[in-house]
Design a protein around this ligand. Structure first.
Ligand code: SAH
Ligand code: SF4
Ligand code: F3S
Length: 466
């Protein structure tokens, strides 16, 4: 009896291994849009499908099943995907029996409407239904539509080992939580991804340890609001700073990053943990969205400009060499010229190292859609966004110029995009550095680089002896 049990465990046999696999060698192609969470989800989806006997291909022409992992964050993200779906008609014609599935945030938002609007769509699956994908594909193969847009309060895909799609083998993203409870009034994410839930820390640590053992040297812990990570089990609570401590302890050679931090939840304890661990990177992405208190209130961000600046001051105090980056929205409902000027002044006051900057896009069903008016004219949104971008270019250049002459430890990622004789890698502050390749330096190595020049986007440097 014991022997049989041991045998079973050794071979990891399960009932699933004894029945015919539904995939039976069929080829799966996955195209991913949107944020890093989506990239991570595609890796999980591929793992689930491989377990069922599907084989992953990067060649769409070979595919028996095409899955498009979609994004709804702004209207242009969705328009791009509609355009892409129209192109799929020719693949459908060329390959009989080809199955097309739309998954992710746009699938969750539009549900059956996707089937009605685009005839080539066979499957619609929301972000919490990927375990059900083999069944949905089987349904589609039998001529029916496969639809599952059920959101879950528990699903984290915690124990699934994602199939890594990154090319460099040096830095990886690890999802630590899913969903969002913040309901910023402009944002569709709480509707497409459902309630916030945290992943079992044991599975996170196992994944990170395996990545390190496989040669990875950097992990970015991902969630819509990582600071509210919270795992409660058997009377024990693991918070985000606790988790960071544990992940950073995997190895001093492993760099740890995280994204994204909601300013309202950035704790002093996290800053202490960061200060005590040099391998936790000196970079905090702290989306402000706006510099105007009136707009922050309308956006339901739950902090004021003063409070935000207080958090920036706390970061500067605890981590003097920490980069601070942000997200900004131009032209939200009711934004006046004065509000816009406040955003520009916040940018100058913080001196952001870089920023993601967006033109407000009304999203159906959000609080802004239901209770406010998208009243900033398009050309005004464009002008304000351009002013924000121009200012950020100056700030990024100034930030990079301050680094010229300094030395940084750089984690090498691989050949530079521009020239095969150059390598690129990042500083702890997450700035990209390009430098001449040298014999013996490879991806995954740490090198000391002296910065000799810069643009607003990149640092240029030379490797020096430590
Ligand atoms: N959870 C992250 C953000 C995820 S979305 C956070 O809260 O920081 C990434 C960025 O997209 C947001 O920070 C915001 O700047 C932008 N964004 C979200 N909804 C938008 C909309 N409707 N129009 C324009 N930009 C939007
Ligand atoms: Fe959207 Fe706000 Fe949640 Fe970020 S915190 S995902 S902006 S609702
Ligand atoms: Fe887009 Fe969904 Fe991410 S809307 S930004 S893919 S969470």
């Amino acid at each position: 009896m014991t022997d049989t049990k041991k045998e079973t465990e050794n071979h990891r046999l399960s009932v699933a291994d004894l029945r015919p696999l539904t995939g039976a060698g069929k080829k799966l192609y996955v195209e991913t849009y949107g944020c890093q969470m989506n990239v991570g989800d595609s890796e999980i989806l591929i793992a689930i499908m491989q377990r069922e006997g599907y084989r992953y291909t990067e060649d769409i022409a070979q595919a028996d099943v095409i899955l498009v992992n979609t994004c709804s964050i702004r209207d242009n993200a969705e328009q791009r995907i509609w355009g892409r779906l129209r192109e799929f008609h020719r693949y459908k014609k060329a390959r009989k029996g080809l199955i097309v599935g739309i998954v992710g945030c746009m699938a969750e938002r539009l549900r059956e409407e996707l089937l009605e609007r685009e005839s080539i769509v066979d499957i619609v699956a929301g972000p919490d239904s990927y375990r059900d994908m083999p069944r949905l594909v089987a349904l589609a193969a039998s001529g029916a539509h496969g639809v599952n847009v059920q959101l879950s309060e528990e699903e984290t895909y915690g124990e699934i080992r994602p199939v890594r799609l990154d090319k460099n083998g040096v830095s990886a993203f690890v999802a630590i939580m899913r969903g969002c409870n913040n309901f910023c009034s402009y944002c569709v994410v709480p509707y497409t991804r459902g309630r916030e839930r945290s992943r079992d820390p044991q599975t996170i640590l196992r994944e990170v340890t395996e990545l390190f053992e496989a040669g990875y040297r950097e992990v970015t812990l991902l969630g819509q609001n990582v600071n509210s990570y919270r795992w409660e089990h058997d009377g024990q609570t693991v918070t985000f700073p606790d988790l960071m401590e544990r992940v950073a302890a995997v190895s001093p050679l492993l760099r740890v990053r995280f994204a994204t931090s909601h300013p309202k939840d950035l704790s002093d304890r996290l800053l202490e943990v960061m200060a005590a661990r040099p391998n936790i990177c000196r970079a905090i992405h702290l989306p402000a969205q706006s510099g105007s208190d009136r707009l922050l209130k309308a956006m339901n961000r739950k902090y004021t400009r003063e409070w935000y600046l207080g958090r920036v001051a706390a970061i500067r105090h605890a981590l003097p060499d920490c980069a601070i980056t942000t997200d900004l929205i131009a032209g939200f409902c009711g934004e006046t010229e004065e509000d816009h000027a406040q955003t520009l002044s916040l940018m100058r006051e913080v001196g952001y190292d870089s920023a993601y900057m967006f033109k407000y896009s009304m999203r159906p069903g959000t609080q802004a859609d239901r209770h406010m008016t998208d009243d900033v004219p398009e050309e005004e949104k464009v002008r304000r966004l351009n002013e924000i971008i121009a200012l950020q270019n100056d700030l990024s250049l100034a930030s990079n110029r301050r680094d010229v002459g300094k030395r940084f430890e750089v984690l090498v990622e691989g050949p530079s995009r521009r020239s095969g004789e150059q390598l690129c890698g990042r500083t702890s502050q997450n700035k990209m550095v390009v430098f001449d390749a040298r014999e013996g330096i490879a991806a995954g190595d740490y090198v000391t680089v002296r910065i000799t020049d810069c643009t607003s986007a990149t640092l240029l440097g030379e490797v020096v002896a430590e």
